[in-house]
Design a protein around this ligand. Structure first.
Ligand code: AMP
Ligand code: GLY
Length: 423
């Protein structure tokens, strides 16, 4: 099979790594890719927003399957355009990608499916939103309805904080759709299922670390590290998440004529009443994908193709009974401003450590040197027989990286250790 993978982050390096292991792969193209994916396939400098150019590339290279990593192209309808041109796609249609592209849409689907989630109200008018805030008080969560690169959510501890967030969203866009919702309490985890419209096949769980500093301090980021499995997602939690949340919402999508096809990423809050849905994403998480790919036993290409072609029923998705930990190394300053161009050493030494693998994200390579070219730059991952071993190995590999301009959190996986009584 000739495969085109869309994206260029750590998630896509991990997907490329897993796809490249398949004996069924002929050629792999990645658009735009990164120096990590360049070691596994051919990077193509094509504008992902230019759907006609992507279709032309698929024709030229006789692509058999397109795999879309990030959400933006899905929300923009890339899967629809490719399918219209006759190319099978792993990733949902524009209509189904509303599960990530519109928080109000997902809330409506949850309501129709009676899936447990935070109580909410949606506004397109600042005065009405502020009136609702006065009535409900704090804590409260303020969300921009659409995609905002992880910056659209404020979990407000005080009414003043919520008011500032609401005013900022309306100052940015008059008439903005804003969702105000109840603050859920508990422990957060990510749960992933392959869905081909009708059939739901669970992949597994992971836990991200969204805040930039140790102990969940500082501003939100795209994710500073992950580990899998997440002990908080017990068998009971997983069963409830599928039966009460994933299955009824996926049925509702089918009922509305917009079946979801791809990987469904459920952000769960696991509290005293069981799991509740915080949000859906219509793609793999980054860095959750990196740790899940390290545990995947089944041929990823088989799963992606079966999902794209509605044959998921035929596939047995299995994870290895290993733990995996991924530590993100970011440029100092991230998620704010940061300089680019610093040289990163020790990549080979890190990748040669027991159980370790280094996935690239915001790097660039020239004249045999790798430099930092983004905020989240590397995900240093390792597997182990248990979480303590995987964690030790990941941090042993991190220690081999020579990059004074970078930093990472030192407590990735600590919550899992605490839950296992091993902290
Ligand atoms: P999102 O951009 O939707 O991923 O939200 C970012 C983060 O905000 C989530 O990962 C949660 O940590 C937090 N969050 C969102 N909604 C809620 C909620 N209703 N209750 C508590 N925390 C929330
Ligand atoms: N790591 C969280 C996300 O990919 O949205």
């Amino acid at each position: 099979m000739n495969v085109l993978l869309i994206g260029g982050g750590g998630r896509e390096h991990a997907l490329a790594w897993a796809i490249a292991k398949s004996p069924r792969l002929a050629r792999l193209f990645v658009a735009p890719g990164n120096p990590g994916t360049a070691m596994l396939g051919t990077n193509v400098a094509v504008d992902v927003a230019n759907h006609a150019a992507i279709i032309a590339l698929c024709r030229k290279e006789a692509i058999d399957l397109v795999v879309v990593g990030p959400e933006a192209p899905l929300v923009a309808g890339l899967a629809d355009d490719l399918q219209g041109a006759g190319f099978p796609v792993f990733g949902p249609s524009k209509a189904a990608a509303q599960l990530e592209g519109s928080k109000d849409f997902t809330k409506q689907i949850c309501a129709a499916a009676k899936a447990p989630t935070a109580h909410y109200a949606t506004f397109t008018d600042q005065a009405a939103a502020l009136a609702h805030l006065s009535e409900k008080g704090a804590p409260i969560v303020v969300k921009y309805d659409g995609l905002m690169a992880g910056k659209g959510v404020t979990v407000a501890a005080t009414q003043a904080e919520a008011e500032t967030a609401i005013r900022a969203l309306y100052a940015n866009e008059a008439g903005a759709k804003v969702v105000l919702e109840e603050m859920l309490v508990g422990e957060e985890a990510s749960f992933f299922c392959f869905v081909d419209g009708e059939t739901i096949v669970p992949l597994g769980s992971a836990q991200d670390h969204k805040r930039v500093f140790d102990g969940d301090e500082g501003p939100n980021t795209g994710g500073m590290g992950a580990y899998s499995p997440a002990p908080v997602v017990s068998e009971t939690v997983e069963k409830t998440a599928i039966e009460a949340i994933v299955a009824p919402t996926m049925r509702e999508m089918v009922r509305r004529g917009m079946p979801f096809r791809g990987i469904l990423f459920a952000g769960l809050m696991i509290g005293p009443e069981g799991p509740k849905l915080i949000e859906y994403n219509c793609r793999f998480g980054d860095p959750e994908c990196q740790v899940l790919m390290l545990r995947l036993e089944t041929d990823l290409l088989d799963i992606l193709e079966a999902t794209a072609k509605g044959r998921l029923r035929e596939i047995d998705v299995r994870l290895k009974l290993l733990c995996a930990v991924g530590v993100v190394m970011a440029a100092k300053g991230y998620p704010g401003d940061y300089p680019k161009g610093s040289v990163i050493g020790g990549l080979e030494a890190a990748g040669a450590m027991p159980g370790a693998i280094v996935f690239h994200a915001g790097t660039s390579a020239r004249d045999g040197r790798v430099t930092a070219n983004g905020g989240r730059v590397l995900t240093i991952c390792a597997t182990g027989d248990d979480l303590p071993q995987a964690r030790r190995r990941a941090y042993d590999a991190v220690a081999k990286i020579d990059w004074p301009e970078g930093f990472c959190r030192s407590d990735i996986g600590a919550k899992g250790l605490a839950r296992l009584g091993k902290s």
